[in-house]
Design a protein around this ligand. Sequence first.
Ligand SMILES: Cc1cc2nc3c(=O)[nH]c(=O)nc-3n(C[C@H](O)[C@H](O)[C@H](O)COP(=O)(O)OP(=O)(O)OC[C@H]3O[C@@H](n4cnc5c(N)ncnc54)[C@H](O)[C@@H]3O)c2cc1C
Length: 304
Amino acid sequence: MYDAIVVGGSWAGLSAAMQLVRARRRVLVVDAGRPRNRFAHTAHGFLGQDGRSPAAILETARAQVLAYPTAELRRDEATRAEPCDGAFEVTLASGATARARRLVLATGVIDELPDLPGLRERWGTSVLHCPYCHGYEVAGGRLGVLAVGEQSVHQALLLPDWSADVTLFTNGAFEPTVAQRDALAARGVRVEPRLVAGVVGDGPALAGVRLRGPDGPDGGEVVGLDALFTGSRTRMASPLAEQLGCAFDEGPFGPVIRTDARKETTVAGVYAAGDAARVPHNATWASADGVTAGVYAHQSLALA
Ligand SMILES: Cc1cc2nc3c(=O)[nH]c(=O)nc-3n(C[C@H](O)[C@H](O)[C@H](O)COP(=O)(O)OP(=O)(O)OC[C@H]3O[C@@H](n4cnc5c(N)ncnc54)[C@H](O)[C@@H]3O)c2cc1C
């Protein structure tokens, strides 16, 4: 029996595990190895690690957690979690099972990208989700925002701090109100109402977006861009929280596991941290919430 099983061994999960193993608790981290920002070559804004690759940062973090004698890691996927004799049993894709007195769900989210030719393969390189993470590197360039809904106005209003050349492609996702048009114009953002047919460029680089032509997706004008931002909808990367009966809230991008200030879910003994259990999202916030979950999972064991 472990003291805690942490499902998800990325920013949030390793941060939770670090607190628990430093409190000398037996911890199993189960990780499928698909962190959300694995598509990006560099991670930015994470203090002390700015500009390193996400894989390298996580490799260091993993090694530091596993240096503690009560830490264990399995490269596997947790497929089921259920209460069992006052604890929790987790079943892994390999068929193994493990039990623990506390669970930390740090399973992250999956981006549901707009279904446009050429977009998915540039995700994390020239198609970007967040100006705070990757805006500095494309500052001064021709920037676009591909709207996924009205919330894209917010992203378009921010981007002029990174470049004076910003175009919002509404792409039929919403119709800006007069007030939104005025706000965008005041920030110098152009609004392109024509539909987008695809994203074009050489390799991972971006040449621009192709607008739909009068007779279909081919033959439309290409609007030159150096980077395209889009705020995707997200869904849970794992069904475990739902299986356990945790409550969810509807966030601006998708469902969010409901937690209290200690990052405990509505199911006693189950904690949740990282993108799956908060908005907004970035690696620092995910790590900070992982620390909160780890500390309070430990205190709930110590003071039970
Ligand atoms: C393209 C891109 C670039 C980004 N760049 C930055 C950046 O530069 N700086 C920044 O601060 N933020 C960046 N972010 C945001 C950042 O990636 C997330 O906020 C962060 O990854 C969230 O950490 P997390 O631990 O909650 O989830 P994740 O990092 O997504 O990790 C979840 C882990 O859980 C595992 N998992 C899921 N389900 C299971 C299961 N059932 N069993 C076992 N394991 C499971 C996954 O495989 C994964 O390893 C970027 C996001 C994207 C999409």
